[in-house]
Design a protein around this ligand. Sequence first.
Ligand code: SAH
Length: 394
Amino acid sequence: MAEGKVWLRKGREKPLRQHHPWLFSGAIAHAEAAQDGELVAVYDSRDRFLARGYWNSQSQIQARVLSWRDEKIDLAWWRRMLLRAIQRRDNHPEDTAVRLVNAENDYLPGLIVDRYGDWLVLQALTRAIDARKQSIAVALRELTGIPNIYERSDVEARQREGLAESVGVLQGDEPPARLEIMQGGIHYWVDIRRGHKTGFYLDQRDNRRMLRELAADCKSEARLLNLFSYTGGFALAAGGGIQSVNVDSAYMALELAEANTALNKIPAASAEFIQADAFDYLRHCVDSGEQFDMVVLDPPKFAARKGQIQRAARGYKDLNLNALRIVKPGGWLMTFSCSGAISRDLFQKFVFGALVDSRRNAQIIRQLGAASDHPVALTFPEGEYLKGLLLRVE
Ligand code: SAH
């Protein structure tokens, strides 16, 4: 298909020159022969080439950049870029689950690929990726040698591209109800058809490992409150020497969490699973005076967009205040935000506000983020969605 052309308004080329990959409608002067989901070359107001990307007139982000060089974007290009991303993931050979392609952050906007053992799970977030997903799946199969590729494009972001949800087999077999993976020395059952995201929160790998180190230094009767536990990741990392209470609203997650406990040979008596609203459960702990040596607070995304920040602030404040109230003196709070619209600074301000109200004191021991298979392009601050703090609470 013929390539379209797009010209920017005068003075609007700076973000693109600085390698930000998104082009908003307001920056565009006019477009010629640009077709949704197809390639476009981008020029400044003086007709100089800036970048090549793909177009979607239905999205606020009308173009996403694939390359800042004047090069051909053909199948060989896609294979080269996929291979480059895959080869950069070789640092944890014992892990059978890993993010292979992290969208804009791997210079492949709109494409997520996660590996779970003998399955790859692909998420197509944009129209152009959606249009190419079969050929990307074929290339991935060849490049990785992994035969089965499953699509989990059931995400809200697709609505903003004018796309419906899409889920199913792209290559190979239908996945089993549960498949076993290993990540960071822990075994997990993952349900790639019904699980959250592509099946699992791969991004918390390094933070779970950090919790494991803290747990190793705790007394054997120490207690962990793992709020928003999903399939139990943080409690499994803490291991059988710690008494854990895991709280999540999703029954399916807790069912897998319990199975994961057995899979890792953690005694059933050392882990409790409670289906409840985490806000309510925390309030109940405060009211009943229950205390924990460690609290993990890993809520879902409260703010996807700027307009939701106020509401998100109240949520973070409430959770962190009550969590700070129930940590034993000298204990730990690991607190996270995965809201893309909330910066690290702003999140820290929310936690500070909670700390002031709790009348306790705390030290930041570590700033936390996503694991190294979730790189963040420095030119793309939007890529840093996961941030957290490890606090020692006095
Ligand atoms: N810590 C987890 C990931 C957490 S993701 C891990 O290590 O894998 C957020 C989780 O919060 C999801 O499992 C979701 O089911 C749960 N959740 C969402 N809203 C909730 C609420 N109000 N109360 C309890 N759990 C909730």
